[in-house]
Design a protein around this ligand. Structure first.
Ligand code: NAD
Ligand code: DAU
Length: 339
């Protein structure tokens, strides 16, 4: 089987590429990635040596190139990870989010229609459900929770989800959608909370916590997300949404303090900064459906996953030093100076 993965040079996509090459020795993996600021070929250097892996530097909005790749590779399954993924960037400049996340998804599905696939899987997010109040720990996102987005990022992802279901109903495209909570693990770009705090703490820099740090996210180790997607593409029902999350809710401030403790850094590095505009309060997934239908459950406990992740950043300083030495500096100054 040939599995075409878009966005495979990013955080979750690259973890998925390695997972697939390891777990399915009979499958070929084709990666399509535009190598935006968030994509890094060095991340895929281990896969590049594998004869079952092929890489195309291509933008998913480039219809002609995408169609050529489909004609050449004839994928059986397409999994769309490619996206602009950072909420803060979407607040600064929404346009690229609409182009990549919505129109890019359309191009991919048009190619799937033309060349025929067994499955188009859209990697979506729990952010399409909006947020939950902090004082109602009894509430969770189910697959029936209405779409109610907050940021340009989540709105673009929700629009793509709706388009995916339009292609299912109108053209009969065999689709599935997964909506996962916050991931953490290796190759996480250091603009996101956990890797940013690790990298800053190691450099004894301020740890910028938005607002009071009381917002809650539901953290899942990235490999558990990869396992969920692998199950959905093989055993999931066409036309269905599957929520993915591990009941691991934590306040941002508690995560940052934990990172300080693990690295032996003082909490005095923590700086409370101006809150994110429209900041979602709490995400919390009810994973009952994927558990009951596909037998999925999270295997990595947060206390182990966060240790493994911190160790990965300690062992792979070249990977993130390279990233933070370039354009990232300008991004960081723009986003955090005078905040
Ligand atoms: P990421 O930003 O780390 O990686 C995105 C990848 O997509 C990069 O390699 C980038 O080069 C590529 N890309 C961007 N625009 C492209 C384009 N136009 N054409 C081709 N490639 C392009 O993102 P991530 O955190 O790995 O997220 C992957 C997917 O998972 C996204 O769709 C995101 O919405 C979803 N998701 C992420 C999380 C999370 O916690 N990170 C949770 C749930 C869902
Ligand atoms: O829930 C899934 C989503 O998780 C994915 O769809 C997104 O692609 C992914 O980026 C992530 O979105 P978040 O906005 O939740 O992640 P982020 O790491 O940007 O922020 C996590 C929390 O930490 C959030 O409440 C904002 C806060 N934060 C973040 C940064 C970068 C800070 O307090 N300080 C920071 O510097």
């Amino acid at each position: 089987m040939t599995v075409l993965v878009t966005g495979g040079a990013g955080f979750i996509g690259s973890n998925f590429v390695y997972y697939m090459l390891e777990e399915h020795p009979d499958d070929k993996v084709v990666c399509v990635d535009a190598l935006t600021y968030a994509g890094n070929l060095a991340t895929l250097s281990g896969a590049m040596r594998n004869p079952r892996f092929t890489f195309y530097k291509t933008n998913i909005t480039d219809r002609e190139s995408v169609f050529e790749i489909f004609a050449t590779e004839k994928p059986d399954i397409v999994i769309n990870f490619a996206a602009e993924s950072h909420v803060d960037r979407s607040i600064e400049d929404p346009e690229i989010f609409l182009k990549t996340n919505i129109l890019g998804t359309q191009v991919l599905m048009d190619a799937c229609r033309k060349y025929g696939v067994r499955r188009f899987h859209q990697v979506s997010t729990d952010e399409v459900y909006g947020d939950l109040p902090l004082d109602r720990p009894d509430l969770f996102f189910t697959e029936e929770t209405p779409i109610h987005t907050s940021s340009p990022y989540s709105s673009s992802k929700a629009a793509a989800d709706l388009l995916v279901f339009a292609y299912y109903r109108t053209y009969g495209l065999p689709v599935t959608v997964s909506r996962c909570s916050n991931n953490y693990g290796p190759y996480h770009f250091p603009e996101k909370l956990i890797p940013l705090m690790i990298v800053n703490a190691l450099a004894d820099k301020h740890l910028p916590v938005y607002g009071k740090g009381e917002n809650v996210r539901d953290w899942l180790y990235v490999e558990d997300h990869c396992k969920a997607i692998d199950l959905i593409i093989r055993k999931g029902r066409v036309g269905e949404v599957y929520n993915v999350g591990g009941h691991n809710e934590m306040r941002n401030i508690d995560i940052v303090k934990l990172i300080c403790r693990e690295l032996g850094k003082p909490e005095s590095l923590i700086t409370y900064v101006t809150d994110r505009k429209g900041h979602d309060l709490r995400y919390a997934i009810d994973p009952t459906k994927i558990h009951n239908e596909l037998g999925w459950f999270p295997e990595t406990k947060f206390e182990n996953g966060i240790k493994k992740t911190i160790q990965w950043y300690l062992d792979n300083q070249d990977w993130w030093q390279e990233i933070i030495s370039g354009e990232y500096q300008k991004y960081y100054e723009k986003m955090y100076e005078n905040r």
